[in-house]
Design a binder for this molecule. Sequence first.
Ligand SMILES: Nc1ncnc2c1ncn2[C@@H]1O[C@H](COP(=O)(O)OP(=O)(O)O)[C@@H](O)[C@H]1O
Ligand SMILES: N[C@@H](CCC(=O)OP(=O)(O)O)C(=O)O
Length: 256
Amino acid sequence: MYKELVVIKVGTNVMTNKDNRIVRPVLNSLVQQIAELYERDIMTILVSSGSVIAGKEVLGKAKIKDKTQRRQVYSAIGQPRMMRHYYNIFNDYGMKCAQVLPTKRDFNPGVHRDNMINCLEGLLSEGVIPIANEDDAVSVSMSMFSDNDELATLLAQLMKADKLILMTDIDGLYDGNPEKKESKVIDKVEPKEDLDKYIEEGNKEEGEGRGGMGSKLSYAQKAAADNIPSYIVNGKRENVILDVVEGKNVGTKVSK
Ligand SMILES: Nc1ncnc2c1ncn2[C@@H]1O[C@H](COP(=O)(O)OP(=O)(O)O)[C@@H](O)[C@H]1O
Ligand SMILES: N[C@@H](CCC(=O)OP(=O)(O)O)C(=O)O
């Protein structure tokens, strides 16, 4: 058995370049760190966005007019493409991974929730890394998570994880517009602190992810209130996961 469980979420922005192409070395570095944790008996549940952007890589500009249907189609095409990357990279490290695609409804008390716990526990006990993403192909309106930061938080709570690491494309939560020189990363946040004033409005294109720093912070605070220390970190920074696990001062730590 393992001695610690971490939930790591990787956002679309982390794994893509400015042309919205998936950058395989980024996924490689992520898996390499998960493999290093595995050697230390620390298991990971990986929550990975990126299916929509991976679908766009394949299909290009779709003819479908309806935005929801377009997202379903992009994701249905992109999810296996993304999993092929992960499957191959985990295999290079002599590891196994598996796909879990929940919808928000699956977290309601009942048989789906129990089944999900059962499956995740089974995978972890076999040393297999579960890779979760929202089931975008069927998950529309009522059954949707607000974004994968919510999915990662719900999984961390469901599986009583020891840590939640939300990886994005910026060094953490800044105390002002991150573009401005005078803004600094806030290194420690309490679960109840109101920091909305620091959040800048985003302008994301289709497929570039749904979250935003506001949602990331509020979900990290929810997990922290539930005694799961949470970290908002730059996923493009070398060894960032190992640094968090080793207690180094990186990104924004959200905890009691
Ligand atoms: N105060 C802030 N500190 C840091 N980033 C912020 C802040 N306000 C807005 N942002 C924006 O939030 C973005 C990260 O959120 P998001 O794009 O949703 O990431 P992801 O796709 O990884 O989930 C940053 O790139 C930054 O532009
Ligand atoms: N489920 C979607 C991503 C949704 C999402 O939350 O994206 P992000 O804000 O980049 O983490 C996908 O796989 O493309």
